[in-house]
Design a binder for this molecule. Structure first.
Ligand code: GLV
Length: 334
Protein backbone atom coordinates (compact mmCIF):
# COMPACT_ATOMS: atom_id res chain seq x y z
CA UNK A 1 0.00 0.00 0.00
CA UNK A 2 1.14 3.53 -0.74
CA UNK A 3 2.54 5.28 2.33
CA UNK A 4 0.40 8.43 2.65
CA UNK A 5 3.33 10.22 4.34
CA UNK A 6 5.33 9.73 1.14
CA UNK A 7 2.56 10.78 -1.26
CA UNK A 8 2.76 14.05 -3.10
CA UNK A 9 0.45 16.91 -2.09
CA UNK A 10 -2.67 17.13 -4.24
CA UNK A 11 -3.44 20.32 -6.12
CA UNK A 12 -6.14 21.56 -8.46
CA UNK A 13 -5.33 23.69 -11.50
CA UNK A 14 -8.72 25.28 -11.97
CA UNK A 15 -8.59 26.05 -15.70
CA UNK A 16 -6.75 24.92 -18.81
CA UNK A 17 -3.19 26.22 -18.59
CA UNK A 18 0.19 26.09 -20.36
CA UNK A 19 1.03 22.33 -20.57
CA UNK A 20 4.66 23.06 -19.60
CA UNK A 21 3.51 24.70 -16.36
CA UNK A 22 1.15 21.82 -15.55
CA UNK A 23 3.99 19.37 -16.30
CA UNK A 24 6.25 21.23 -13.85
CA UNK A 25 3.55 21.03 -11.18
CA UNK A 26 3.28 17.27 -11.79
CA UNK A 27 6.91 16.90 -10.71
CA UNK A 28 5.84 17.99 -7.22
CA UNK A 29 2.15 17.23 -6.93
CA UNK A 30 -0.74 14.95 -7.77
CA UNK A 31 -2.37 17.35 -10.21
CA UNK A 32 -6.05 17.50 -11.09
CA UNK A 33 -6.08 19.79 -14.11
CA UNK A 34 -8.86 20.98 -16.35
CA UNK A 35 -7.92 20.60 -20.03
CA UNK A 36 -11.62 20.81 -20.93
CA UNK A 37 -11.47 24.33 -19.45
CA UNK A 38 -14.77 24.06 -17.61
CA UNK A 39 -15.57 27.09 -15.48
CA UNK A 40 -15.56 25.76 -11.91
CA UNK A 41 -17.79 27.44 -9.36
CA UNK A 42 -20.02 26.52 -6.43
CA UNK A 43 -20.54 22.80 -5.93
CA UNK A 44 -18.31 21.79 -8.86
CA UNK A 45 -15.39 23.74 -7.42
CA UNK A 46 -16.03 22.40 -3.93
CA UNK A 47 -16.04 18.79 -5.15
CA UNK A 48 -12.81 19.21 -7.11
CA UNK A 49 -11.03 21.12 -4.34
CA UNK A 50 -12.05 18.98 -1.38
CA UNK A 51 -9.16 16.95 0.06
CA UNK A 52 -6.60 18.96 -1.92
CA UNK A 53 -3.87 21.04 -0.34
CA UNK A 54 -3.36 23.56 -3.12
CA UNK A 55 -5.24 25.49 -5.75
CA UNK A 56 -3.81 27.31 -8.74
CA UNK A 57 -6.74 29.66 -9.34
CA UNK A 58 -6.39 30.55 -12.99
CA UNK A 59 -9.88 31.86 -13.67
CA UNK A 60 -10.67 34.23 -10.82
CA UNK A 61 -12.53 31.51 -8.91
CA UNK A 62 -14.40 32.84 -5.90
CA UNK A 63 -12.83 31.55 -2.70
CA UNK A 64 -15.35 32.19 0.07
CA UNK A 65 -15.35 31.38 3.78
CA UNK A 66 -17.99 28.75 2.99
CA UNK A 67 -15.79 27.05 0.39
CA UNK A 68 -12.83 27.12 2.78
CA UNK A 69 -14.95 25.46 5.49
CA UNK A 70 -15.82 22.69 3.02
CA UNK A 71 -12.16 22.20 2.03
CA UNK A 72 -10.27 21.87 5.33
CA UNK A 73 -7.20 20.28 3.70
CA UNK A 74 -6.53 23.41 1.66
CA UNK A 75 -3.29 25.20 2.57
CA UNK A 76 -2.53 27.46 -0.43
CA UNK A 77 -4.46 29.44 -3.01
CA UNK A 78 -2.11 30.66 -5.75
CA UNK A 79 -4.08 33.25 -7.70
CA UNK A 80 -2.96 33.79 -11.29
CA UNK A 81 -3.69 37.52 -11.23
CA UNK A 82 -2.40 40.55 -9.40
CA UNK A 83 -5.90 41.41 -8.13
CA UNK A 84 -7.35 39.04 -5.54
CA UNK A 85 -10.79 40.44 -4.84
CA UNK A 86 -12.14 36.98 -5.79
CA UNK A 87 -10.64 35.64 -2.56
CA UNK A 88 -11.82 36.23 1.00
CA UNK A 89 -8.29 36.85 2.28
CA UNK A 90 -9.24 37.41 5.96
CA UNK A 91 -11.12 34.07 5.92
CA UNK A 92 -8.06 32.38 4.36
CA UNK A 93 -5.77 33.92 6.98
CA UNK A 94 -8.10 32.83 9.77
CA UNK A 95 -7.85 29.25 8.49
CA UNK A 96 -4.11 29.42 7.89
CA UNK A 97 -4.54 29.26 4.09
CA UNK A 98 -1.76 31.13 2.30
CA UNK A 99 -2.84 33.35 -0.60
CA UNK A 100 -0.40 34.42 -3.31
CA UNK A 101 -0.82 36.62 -6.39
CA UNK A 102 1.21 37.55 -9.50
CA UNK A 103 2.36 41.18 -9.24
CA UNK A 104 5.21 42.82 -11.19
CA UNK A 105 5.38 40.34 -14.09
CA UNK A 106 2.28 41.91 -15.67
CA UNK A 107 2.88 45.60 -14.88
CA UNK A 108 4.29 46.82 -18.19
CA UNK A 109 2.07 44.64 -20.38
CA UNK A 110 -1.04 45.81 -18.53
CA UNK A 111 0.09 49.44 -18.74
CA UNK A 112 0.65 49.04 -22.51
CA UNK A 113 -2.90 47.80 -22.87
CA UNK A 114 -4.38 50.51 -20.64
CA UNK A 115 -2.65 53.14 -22.72
CA UNK A 116 -3.72 51.49 -25.97
CA UNK A 117 -7.33 51.27 -24.79
CA UNK A 118 -7.29 54.91 -23.74
CA UNK A 119 -5.91 55.88 -27.17
CA UNK A 120 -8.39 53.67 -29.02
CA UNK A 121 -11.17 55.31 -27.02
CA UNK A 122 -9.97 58.87 -27.59
CA UNK A 123 -9.40 58.30 -31.32
CA UNK A 124 -12.51 56.15 -31.88
CA UNK A 125 -10.59 53.24 -33.37
CA UNK A 126 -13.15 50.49 -32.80
CA UNK A 127 -15.96 52.65 -34.14
CA UNK A 128 -13.83 53.57 -37.18
CA UNK A 129 -13.07 49.94 -37.89
CA UNK A 130 -16.74 48.98 -37.66
CA UNK A 131 -17.55 51.88 -40.01
CA UNK A 132 -15.02 50.74 -42.59
CA UNK A 133 -15.98 47.04 -42.40
CA UNK A 134 -19.62 48.00 -42.83
CA UNK A 135 -18.73 49.53 -46.22
CA UNK A 136 -19.68 53.02 -45.08
CA UNK A 137 -16.38 54.67 -46.14
CA UNK A 138 -17.37 56.22 -49.43
CA UNK A 139 -15.73 59.67 -49.27
CA UNK A 140 -13.45 61.95 -47.24
CA UNK A 141 -15.10 64.31 -44.79
CA UNK A 142 -13.40 66.97 -42.68
CA UNK A 143 -15.06 65.72 -39.48
CA UNK A 144 -15.14 62.00 -40.21
CA UNK A 145 -14.73 60.15 -36.90
CA UNK A 146 -12.92 63.04 -35.25
CA UNK A 147 -11.84 62.25 -31.71
CA UNK A 148 -9.78 63.97 -29.07
CA UNK A 149 -6.00 64.31 -28.82
CA UNK A 150 -3.99 62.25 -26.40
CA UNK A 151 -0.68 64.10 -26.71
CA UNK A 152 -0.58 67.22 -24.59
CA UNK A 153 -3.86 66.37 -22.84
CA UNK A 154 -4.35 65.84 -19.12
CA UNK A 155 -4.13 62.20 -18.12
CA UNK A 156 -5.89 61.36 -14.87
CA UNK A 157 -5.09 58.15 -13.03
CA UNK A 158 -7.26 56.82 -10.22
CA UNK A 159 -5.15 54.35 -8.23
CA UNK A 160 -1.40 54.84 -8.42
CA UNK A 161 0.19 51.46 -7.77
CA UNK A 162 2.69 49.79 -10.05
CA UNK A 163 0.42 49.76 -13.14
CA UNK A 164 -0.81 53.32 -12.57
CA UNK A 165 2.78 54.52 -12.37
CA UNK A 166 3.71 52.64 -15.55
CA UNK A 167 0.81 54.37 -17.35
CA UNK A 168 1.88 57.74 -15.94
CA UNK A 169 5.40 57.24 -17.33
CA UNK A 170 4.02 56.47 -20.78
CA UNK A 171 1.80 59.56 -20.74
CA UNK A 172 4.37 62.03 -19.41
CA UNK A 173 7.49 60.84 -21.20
CA UNK A 174 5.99 59.55 -24.42
CA UNK A 175 3.04 61.84 -25.09
CA UNK A 176 3.85 65.08 -23.26
CA UNK A 177 0.74 64.69 -21.11
CA UNK A 178 0.13 66.50 -17.87
CA UNK A 179 -0.42 63.69 -15.37
CA UNK A 180 -2.61 64.04 -12.30
CA UNK A 181 -3.50 61.17 -10.00
CA UNK A 182 -5.54 60.35 -6.96
CA UNK A 183 -4.69 57.60 -4.53
CA UNK A 184 -5.32 57.08 -0.83
CA UNK A 185 -1.61 57.30 -0.17
CA UNK A 186 0.40 59.95 -1.92
CA UNK A 187 3.67 58.95 -3.55
CA UNK A 188 6.92 60.33 -2.13
CA UNK A 189 7.80 63.70 -3.77
CA UNK A 190 10.85 62.21 -5.50
CA UNK A 191 8.68 59.49 -7.12
CA UNK A 192 6.10 62.08 -8.19
CA UNK A 193 8.88 64.19 -9.72
CA UNK A 194 10.41 61.20 -11.53
CA UNK A 195 7.02 60.24 -12.96
CA UNK A 196 6.01 63.81 -13.72
CA UNK A 197 2.73 63.22 -11.84
CA UNK A 198 0.85 65.46 -9.44
CA UNK A 199 -1.48 64.26 -6.64
CA UNK A 200 -4.92 65.89 -6.62
CA UNK A 201 -8.15 65.26 -4.68
CA UNK A 202 -10.71 62.97 -6.32
CA UNK A 203 -13.00 65.88 -7.28
CA UNK A 204 -10.10 67.69 -8.92
CA UNK A 205 -9.09 64.52 -10.73
CA UNK A 206 -12.58 64.18 -12.18
CA UNK A 207 -12.75 67.86 -13.11
CA UNK A 208 -9.29 68.09 -14.69
CA UNK A 209 -8.82 64.82 -16.60
CA UNK A 210 -9.23 64.74 -20.37
CA UNK A 211 -8.58 61.01 -20.20
CA UNK A 212 -9.27 59.26 -16.92
CA UNK A 213 -7.84 55.77 -16.43
CA UNK A 214 -8.90 53.52 -13.53
CA UNK A 215 -6.24 51.26 -12.07
CA UNK A 216 -7.32 50.81 -8.46
CA UNK A 217 -7.99 47.51 -6.71
CA UNK A 218 -11.61 46.47 -6.20
CA UNK A 219 -12.90 46.37 -2.63
CA UNK A 220 -16.06 47.36 -0.78
CA UNK A 221 -14.50 50.84 -0.54
CA UNK A 222 -13.99 51.16 -4.31
CA UNK A 223 -17.38 49.69 -5.31
CA UNK A 224 -18.97 52.20 -7.73
CA UNK A 225 -16.14 54.68 -7.16
CA UNK A 226 -17.31 56.00 -10.53
CA UNK A 227 -21.09 56.36 -10.51
CA UNK A 228 -23.58 58.95 -11.72
CA UNK A 229 -22.31 61.65 -9.33
CA UNK A 230 -18.68 61.19 -10.36
CA UNK A 231 -19.51 61.02 -14.07
CA UNK A 232 -21.36 64.31 -13.66
CA UNK A 233 -18.17 65.88 -12.32
CA UNK A 234 -16.06 64.82 -15.31
CA UNK A 235 -15.08 67.24 -18.06
CA UNK A 236 -17.55 67.26 -20.92
CA UNK A 237 -15.79 65.50 -23.79
CA UNK A 238 -13.55 63.46 -21.47
CA UNK A 239 -12.94 59.73 -21.86
CA UNK A 240 -12.99 57.03 -19.18
CA UNK A 241 -10.91 53.85 -19.38
CA UNK A 242 -11.31 50.98 -16.91
CA UNK A 243 -8.68 48.24 -16.79
CA UNK A 244 -9.09 47.65 -13.05
CA UNK A 245 -12.18 45.64 -12.14
CA UNK A 246 -15.84 45.58 -12.96
CA UNK A 247 -17.83 47.02 -10.08
CA UNK A 248 -15.55 50.03 -9.70
CA UNK A 249 -17.73 51.66 -12.36
CA UNK A 250 -21.52 51.66 -12.14
CA UNK A 251 -22.07 50.32 -15.67
CA UNK A 252 -25.71 51.44 -15.86
CA UNK A 253 -24.74 54.99 -14.85
CA UNK A 254 -21.89 54.94 -17.36
CA UNK A 255 -24.20 53.82 -20.16
CA UNK A 256 -26.57 56.67 -19.30
CA UNK A 257 -23.72 59.22 -19.29
CA UNK A 258 -22.45 57.95 -22.64
CA UNK A 259 -25.91 57.96 -24.15
CA UNK A 260 -26.45 61.52 -22.98
CA UNK A 261 -23.07 62.60 -24.39
CA UNK A 262 -22.07 63.64 -20.85
CA UNK A 263 -18.61 62.22 -21.53
CA UNK A 264 -17.30 61.45 -25.01
CA UNK A 265 -16.42 57.78 -24.78
CA UNK A 266 -15.31 54.90 -22.62
CA UNK A 267 -12.84 52.05 -22.97
CA UNK A 268 -13.71 49.04 -20.85
CA UNK A 269 -11.73 45.85 -20.32
CA UNK A 270 -13.66 44.85 -17.19
CA UNK A 271 -17.37 44.73 -16.37
CA UNK A 272 -19.77 44.26 -13.51
CA UNK A 273 -20.84 40.61 -13.69
CA UNK A 274 -18.41 39.74 -16.53
CA UNK A 275 -18.34 37.86 -18.84
CA UNK A 276 -21.84 39.31 -19.13
CA UNK A 277 -21.77 42.89 -20.42
CA UNK A 278 -24.47 45.46 -19.69
CA UNK A 279 -26.71 45.37 -22.80
CA UNK A 280 -26.80 49.16 -23.04
CA UNK A 281 -23.01 49.29 -23.29
CA UNK A 282 -23.13 46.77 -26.12
CA UNK A 283 -25.57 48.97 -27.98
CA UNK A 284 -23.58 52.21 -27.73
CA UNK A 285 -21.14 53.25 -30.47
CA UNK A 286 -18.83 55.30 -28.23
CA UNK A 287 -17.48 52.46 -26.11
CA UNK A 288 -14.49 50.24 -26.85
CA UNK A 289 -15.14 46.86 -25.26
CA UNK A 290 -12.48 44.19 -24.66
CA UNK A 291 -12.78 40.88 -22.78
CA UNK A 292 -10.50 41.39 -19.73
CA UNK A 293 -7.25 40.97 -21.67
CA UNK A 294 -5.04 43.76 -20.30
CA UNK A 295 -2.33 41.30 -19.18
CA UNK A 296 -2.74 39.07 -22.22
CA UNK A 297 0.56 39.05 -24.03
CA UNK A 298 1.69 35.46 -24.43
CA UNK A 299 4.95 36.13 -22.62
CA UNK A 300 3.25 37.80 -19.67
CA UNK A 301 0.54 35.17 -19.32
CA UNK A 302 3.29 32.55 -19.23
CA UNK A 303 5.19 34.58 -16.61
CA UNK A 304 2.00 34.81 -14.52
CA UNK A 305 1.42 31.06 -14.76
CA UNK A 306 5.06 30.37 -13.84
CA UNK A 307 4.89 32.73 -10.86
CA UNK A 308 1.64 31.16 -9.63
CA UNK A 309 3.30 27.72 -9.96
CA UNK A 310 6.45 28.94 -8.17
CA UNK A 311 4.26 30.16 -5.31
CA UNK A 312 2.34 26.89 -5.09
CA UNK A 313 5.49 24.76 -5.22
CA UNK A 314 7.33 26.83 -2.62
CA UNK A 315 4.36 27.00 -0.27
CA UNK A 316 3.73 23.25 -0.32
CA UNK A 317 7.35 22.07 -0.30
CA UNK A 318 8.74 24.19 2.50
CA UNK A 319 10.19 26.99 0.37
CA UNK A 320 9.60 30.74 0.41
CA UNK A 321 6.70 31.74 -1.85
CA UNK A 322 7.89 34.73 -3.91
CA UNK A 323 4.72 36.82 -3.78
CA UNK A 324 2.52 36.09 -0.77
CA UNK A 325 -0.56 38.22 -0.06
CA UNK A 326 -1.15 37.24 3.60
CA UNK A 327 2.58 37.05 4.34
CA UNK A 328 1.85 37.18 8.07
CA UNK A 329 1.14 33.44 7.83
CA UNK A 330 4.76 32.81 6.89
CA UNK A 331 6.12 34.22 10.13
CA UNK A 332 9.36 36.16 10.38
CA UNK A 333 11.69 35.37 7.48
CA UNK A 334 15.41 35.50 7.88
C1 GLV B 1 -6.09 40.80 -13.89
O1 GLV B 1 -7.11 41.36 -13.90
C2 GLV B 1 -5.24 40.70 -12.72
O2 GLV B 1 -5.66 41.09 -11.63
O3 GLV B 1 -4.11 40.22 -12.87
Amino acid sequence: MKDPAMSKPAVLVSRDLFPEVVARLRQHFEVDDNPADEVLAGEALRLRLQHRQGLLAAGGERISAELLAACPALRVVANMAVGYNNIDVPACTARGVLVTNTPDVLTETTADFGFALMMATARRMAEAERFLRAGLWTKWRYDLLTGSDVHGATLGILGMGRIGQAIARRGAAGFGMRVVYHNRSRLPPATEAALGAQWVGKAELLAQSDHLVLVLPYSAASHHAIGAAELAQMKPGATLTNIARGGIVDDAALAAALRAGRIAAAGLDVFEGEPAVHPELLALPNVVLTPHIASASLRTRRAMADLAADNLIAALTGGAPPTPVNAELLGPRG
